[in-house]
Design a protein around this ligand. Structure first.
Ligand SMILES: NC(=O)C1=CN([C@@H]2O[C@H](COP(=O)(O)OP(=O)(O)OC[C@H]3O[C@@H](n4cnc5c(N)ncnc54)[C@H](OP(=O)(O)O)[C@@H]3O)[C@@H](O)[C@H]2O)C=CC1
Ligand SMILES: O=C1O[C@H](COP(=O)(O)O)[C@@H](O)[C@H](O)[C@H]1O
Length: 477
């Protein structure tokens, strides 16, 4: 990328799960594909200092455990120039060795050094690090990436955002939601706005129900402490599933400039009706969850959530958006399905599902399922599916979401990030699920599809995903 200035990527929480699984492999992928600036350095931070060579070993280990072949091949690109610094928020008066390290890099790499702070730390550390960067004069001209969840309630979201805006201009802030960076999520609007076959049907006249379904076979044992304090509805619903639902629900953007898509998505979020926990939400917890280390014996944390969401716009009035996700479920898949209106019966026979679906897993797949005539002499009805794996489109190789979003941070493109306005609207729609209106958590068997009560939310159609629809990959396994 010839136009990029030299870069210092400061990875706060560099020894954590997210850094090792996602951020370091994503950086390596960018390195392998020549998408990092020619001159750059990686600075890790944490509350306990470690020597630079131990950090280099950690980076190599993370790539061999979590990186693909391409990322593993780029280990030297990451370890060539790295250092480990103390957590900048460890003391009120002393920022530690980070400012010095940055000054040194300015001397070595160029005065036009772009500093990107990536906060791969628990949400409760966001405020402290933000405050410290501000207090120690480390905010000018930098970019800062916040992981999700950005706030854990409407109030904590507002407090965090006020603090962030004291320290940074909005243009410096990149709130990541990696589902927005998935190749197939981006195709939701490309396909829709480019092709009237889809675009023309994208409304309540033709769509009877929308499902955003992300079951996971994944366990939470290796991050139980974090998970028990968070739960499925904070970890996935108010974040990824809301953003994907807004991507489906949005109106055509006024233009195709960077900010236009973001504005259209935010407007859709603003149309989300606050959830009705009594009628529209089912929470679940898999049996055996409370036996995990670091999980309270009487934990009421939800490991499953299904919610029927209503979007109060002319386009979607009366069309339920049903969102579901959970851990230890029967299958792993990430699917958006538009269930199309169709007659119940034709020629005296039942009409099967007619739907457009997009699998968000991996490189993504677009599918159209339609009623067809079964080949043969009789006028018998059947169902057929056209399937387009997006990896079949040249050049076939996409960027994994974290790599794509990091490339956007370096380029200063905020299209696929969330905004304060959008998140405020998401929190407003989610708020009824907090506090005393929260429904009881129902047990479900590991390896099942969650509590049976969730099936009522998709009546009369049933779930589009079934036992045969697992994408076959445990996304993190
Ligand atoms: N893990 C995942 O799959 C995903 C995680 N996320 C988000 O990423 C963030 C991190 O999660 P995860 O990696 O799982 O959590 P971990 O607990 O595994 O890692 C967090 C790291 O942050 C370090 N840390 C804590 N406080 C500070 C601080 N003040 N300054 C610098 N480092 C600090 C800790 O290590 P040390 O002891 O070295 O300080 C630890 O290494 C969370 O916000 C989470 O919601 C988002 C999507 C997926
Ligand atoms: O952010 C999160 O996302 C993952 C699912 O992401 P993907 O990489 O498989 O698309 C989820 O497992 C995790 O709980 C959540 O924190």
């Amino acid at each position: 990328m010839p136009d990029l200035p030299p870069l210092a990527l400061v990875l706060h929480g560099a020894r954590g799960d997210l850094s090792k699984r996602m951020v370091l492999p994503a950086l390596a992928t960018l390195g392998a594909r020549g998408l990092l600036p020619e001159r750059w350095a990686l600075l890790g931070t944490g509350r306990r200092s470690i020597p630079d060579d131990e950090f280099a070993d950690l980076v190599r280990d993370a790539l061999s455990e979590f990186g693909d072949e391409e990322a593993q091949g780029a280990a030297d690109v990451l370890t060539e120039r790295l250092a480990y610094c103390q957590d900048v928020s460890a003391s009120d008066d002393d920022p530690g060795d980070l400012p010095e390290a940055l000054d040194r890099l300015r001397g070595e790499l160029g005065e036009d050094l772009l500093v990107v702070h990536y906060l791969a730390v628990p949400p409760e550390s966001f405020a402290g690090i933000t405050r410290s960067l501000h207090r120690h004069g480390l905010t000018d001209g930098v970019r800062i990436v916040y992981e999700k969840p950005y706030g854990t309630s409407p109030d904590s979201f507002r407090e965090l955002d006020a603090l962030v805006h004291e320290a940074f201009d909005e243009e410096q802030v990149f709130r990541i939601d990696h589902f927005l960076g998935k190749e197939a999520t981006q195709n939701l609007h490309v396909v829709r706005f480019a092709n009237e076959l889809f675009g023309g049907a994208w409304n309540r006249e033709h769509v009877a129900q929308v499902q955003v379904d992300v079951p996971e076979t994944l366990d939470v044992a290796d991050r139980a402490e974090f998970y028990d304090a968070t739960g499925a509805s904070l970890d996935m619903l108010v974040t990824h599933l809301f953003q994907v639902a807004a991507t489906v629900a949005m109106e055509p953007p006024v233009g195709l400039a960077a900010g236009d898509l973001l504005a259209a998505r935010d407007e859709a979020l603003a149309r989300f009706r606050p959830l009705d926990p009594a009628h529209d939400v089912v929470l679940g917890q898999f049996e055996g969850y409370r036996d995990l280390d670091d999980v309270a014996d009487d934990s009421s944390t939800d490991t499953f959530v299904a919610a029927r969401l209503w979007v109060d716009s002319d386009r979607w009035r009366g069309v339920p958006f049903v969102l579901r996700t959970g851990k230890r479920m029967a299958a792993s898949a990430q699917q958006v399905t538009l269930l199309l209106r169709a007659p119940d019966r034709m020629f005296g026979q039942d009409v099967g599902p007619n739907q457009v679906s997009v699998s968000l897993s991996g490189s993504g797949t677009l599918r159209v399922t339609t009623t067809v005539k079964r080949p043969g002499p009789d006028l018998a009805l059947d169902t057929g599916t056209l399937s387009l794996p997006l990896a079949d489109v040249e050049p076939g190789r996409s960027l994994p979401p974290y790599a794509g979003l990091l490339a956007d941070v370096l380029a200063g493109d905020r299209t696929l990030f969330t905004s304060a306005e959008g998140l405020a609207a998401a929190w407003e729609a989610f708020a009824p699920l907090l506090g005393d209106r929260r429904p009881d958590v129902q047990p479900y068997a590991p390896g099942s599809w969650g509590p049976a009560a969730a099936d009522a939310l998709v009546e009369p159609f049933g779930w589009a995903l079934g036992p045969d629809d697992s994408d076959g990959s445990d996304p993190k396994g």
